[in-house]
Design a binder for this molecule. Sequence first.
Ligand SMILES: [Zn+2]
Length: 378
Amino acid sequence: MRMPKRRDRSLSHLAPSLSAHASSQVSDPDFDPVHGAILAPILRPRVPGTEGHTRVQEHFAAFVRTHLHPSWRIEWHNTTATTPATGKEPVPFRNLILRRDPPWRTAQVEGQGKEEGNVARLTLAAHYDSLYQPEGFIGAVDSAVPCALLLYVARAVDAALTRRWESRTEDDVGLEDEDELDKGVQILLLDGEEAWVEWTDTDSLYGSRALAETWANTAYKPGSRFSTPLEAISLFVLLDLLGAPEPTVPSYFPKTHWAYRGLGRVEARLRKLGLLETKPRAPFLGDTSKEAVQFRGYVLDDHIPFMRRGVDVLHIIPSPFPAVWHTMDDDAEHLDLPTIRDWARIMTGFVAEWMDLEGYLTEPGAEPESGQDEKDEL
Ligand SMILES: [Zn+2]
């Protein structure tokens, strides 16, 4: 893994686009936990195999059809497993994969199959199942809000991706590395993260274990840039336990500390520009100057089956966990909406930077994207 070659350029040019985008979204009602279009439908018990679980799946699919570009591919990865709480009857687990690749890689090339083995995908993940016990548990931060954030980000960058890819030729003349263009984005809404009785290697991560195994054993056509969908993951960004006030998210892995720092720079830039609502005692991402020797331990979560197979992981989970974690208080009332909206802005900025969307986030002519003060550059 490496940073995109155009990173320096995008860092200096992204701020104006982000400003225009972030300020236009300040009163965005998407995250209203009662009436909002994205989060509210997820805030219900959604134990695998129950009706609430099915309703949330329908919400995800309807959101994609209604709000995202038709080129997004929707794929369900279905599996079943027995759990220690439910006896011999297998429980259905369904991971939802939402994927958008550059248009020149999605066409079927005659006689050669699809070109999908040539796209490196920024992979954003969160789990949508909720705890089996206590009954009625909502799991607002765990992980309804992270799922909502990912849907929000997909919609926030969608039109810019279209514009970016349509202008490929004029923008990229002279670019040294064609591979830099073959970047896609995919969102994994994972199922069965929670343990049903007590966390063990087999009672947890039902969906992510199955998906990582399937992808490790799926071969792209010979001669592709990547040999499997697993290898095509450029970075696995896992969001969990977000939505409570004053989060502090450590950098967990030396190998991806560079990506953590990139995310921290987006937060710092948005704060400096006055585009975030919260005024926390410490930044959400405060570990940007961490030395390698200070990395200590990590949290077991959906990244594990991928990380074990060599995938680079950025884990966005606060430490300590929110006080409401795995209690009946993890509900809509205990969410902090300014914190959620700030996470939406930070993650949008990160994805926009990764996908080289500077200059494409607003409609042409809608907002000034040039001539802005560049002294704010970090
Ligand atoms: Zn949990």
